[in-house]
Design a protein around this ligand. Structure first.
Ligand SMILES: [Zn+2]
Length: 538
């Protein structure tokens, strides 16, 4: 017997993820307020047919007889012991008719079956019609159903189930009591799978369970079917077993793909996509997994409570990725990927939707308001000639130069296999301003936790450019410049940057008016205030 059938809930209390449905139905059974037609709407595998059978049992259960005593014993649940329950569980009850409209379209006997509703039940108290995928009934069957619902015989209960309630005519819907079944949460599915695995003597890694639950997309039937499939293959189930059976894209390959996109390398991204295809991996799954990865990077960078559940290794990757791509860009990339996802059902070439997503995501136009590029900022802050003269030695940055952000060589290698050759090429040149300010905000946050003196010194600074191994830091006051340049402070700062960037950078300070919006140089008052800020924490 299939796991899904074997572990099909036999009590309302065992229904997982549809509490709102089971609570209302149980209450109605207890109070004997049953109606003659129910509509169960919702995605596949969420328990509609299971609930319909539970209801058929509860309606006919001898334990739920009119006597108050019996009702209080079962509390509305079917007893699963009386002859009625037994027959229904075994599928032998003549008075419970299950019709799958999807496989009976256009067949007249369905119409006849429905018309037979007028005859009294053979044995049970009520005749129960369970019509699955009711929206697919033939026209004649629909008319028969409608006619019966208009004048329902007192001994009949119709339970109509559908995944597409919007396809039902209002005349039918209005004559039913409607229940909407929800997709079951991943954690609910995992809990149920754990129970089944335990009873079946299957051991399975937690991440493997999560993987099955995610692949099932909120449906019990699929989840339990998948568990069965994987367990016939291995009794001690590991992540790689699930990946193999599901054809789930290798996680590291998906990370490489996403990284190539963050890195604006359409060519590398397409190469990885084609490699997946050549290996026979399901491309729609790769597409979905990529969305999941990008989503996690976005959530991670957008929230201070990092509530993403993933392996430690992946979290590290996500953290790093989140520090180099702006949230605006992540949202834009997600939009491209989501927008093209549905194309998988529409085009015959499975690669095309992913290819479009990669190309769109690597040809970013600025989305909405962007912070100025570093070049613009730099030229703006070098405006006051006085500050430039005072500092003497400094790098001149003109607006024509585009400073580039470099990532650690380790990560760059994972994107391009010929990492050595690419080492000197610019990395992530687009949105460089966004990225630098994002990285800098991380530097400030970490410094604030570890070294409040240094954090106070950094308050009036701004990175002007980042190149291969040097960060040029604009500093507003000579006092701050001296303090930050002090070897001890500089070492702390450079170490923090190394933690974030995965690579060593030298800090060079330059006096600059970094209040881009305000004109003029710092007043004495402001200087005094800045000095006080530092001494406060010393
Ligand atoms: Zn019973």
């Amino acid at each position: 017997m299939a796991l899904y059938q074997k572990y099909r809930p036999q009590l309302f209390a065992d229904l997982v993820g549809q509490d709102h449905v089971s609570r209302t139905l149980l209450e109605a059974i207890r109070q004997n307020r049953l109606t003659h037609a129910y509509l169960f709407a919702g995605p596949r595998g969420t328990g509609k047919t299971t609930t319909a059978r539970l209801l058929a049992k509860a309606i006919n259960c001898r334990g739920n007889d009119d006597s108050d005593e019996a009702a209080s014993v079962t509390n509305g649940e079917p007893c699963n012991q009386c002859s009625s329950c037994d027959e229904i569980v075994k599928g032998r009850a003549l008075d419970v008719l299950e019709i799958d409209a999807a496989s009976h379209t256009g067949v007249d006997d369905v119409r006849e079956l429905i018309e037979n509703a007028r005859f009294a039940p053979a044995k049970l108290r009520k005749k129960v019609y369970i019509i699955d995928e009711v929206h697919m009934l033939s026209k004649s069957a629909f008319n028969a159903l409608l006619k019966t619902l208009e004048e329902p015989p007192p001994h009949v209960v119709f339970i109509l189930a559908t995944t597409e309630a919007h396809k039902l005519p209002e005349t039918i819907i209005s004559r039913t009591q409607r229940y909407d079944f929800r997709r079951v949460s991943i954690s609910d599915i995992v809990t149920k799978l754990e129970k089944i695995a335990q009873s079946e003597g299957i051991t399975i890694e937690e991440e493997a369970l999560n993987m099955i639950a995610r692949a099932a997309e909120g449906g019990h039937r699929d989840a339990e079917g998948l568990l069965e499939q994987v367990s016939s293959y291995a009794r001690d189930i590991k992540v790689k077993d699930v990946q193999e059976v599901l054809g789930i894209a290798e996680q590291s390959g998906v990370l490489d793909l996403v990284w190539a996109i963050f890195n604006n390398s359409a060519e590398e991204g397409l190469k990885i996509a084609h490699r997946f295809f050549d290996n026979g991996t399901d491309i729609a799954t790769v597409h979905r997994n990529a969305i999941e990865v990008i989503r996690k990077v976005l959530l991670y960078s957008a929230t201070s409570h990092h509530f993403i559940a993933d392996t430690e290794e992946n979290i590290k990757w996500i953290e790093k990725a989140g520090s180099v791509v702006s949230q605006e860009r992540l949202v834009a990339i997600l939009r491209h990927f989501l927008g093209n996802l549905k194309l998988h059902n529409e085009v015959s070439n499975p690669l095309l939707p992913l290819e479009i997503s990669i190309i769109e995501s690597t040809h970013q136009q600025p989305v909405g308001k962007h912070s100025p590029t570093v070049a613009q900022t730099a030229s703006a802050v070098t405006k006051p000639d006085s500050s430039r003269e005072k500092t003497g030695k400094s790098t001149t940055i003109t607006s024509k130069e585009t400073p580039t952000t470099y990532l650690s060589e380790k990560t760059s290698k994972s994107v391009s296999q010929g990492g050595e050759a690419n080492k000197s090429e610019p990395f992530l040149t687009k949105d460089a301003g966004d990225q630098i300010s994002h990285i800098w905000s991380q530097v400030l946050a970490i410094t604030k936790q570890n070294n409040s003196t240094l954090a106070a010194l950094l308050r009036d600074t701004k990175p002007l450019s980042i190149n291969n191994n040097e960060i040029l830091l604009g500093v507003r006051f000579q006092f701050h410049k001296d303090k930050i340049s002090d070897s001890k402070n500089r070492a702390v700062l450079e170490n923090t940057i190394k933690q974030i960037m995965g690579k060593e950078f030298t800090i060079t300070c330059e006096l600059a008016d970094i209040r881009a919006a305000k004109e003029g140089s710092a007043s004495d008052d402001e200087l005094q205030q800045a000095v006080n800020d530092v001494f406060e924490v010393l």
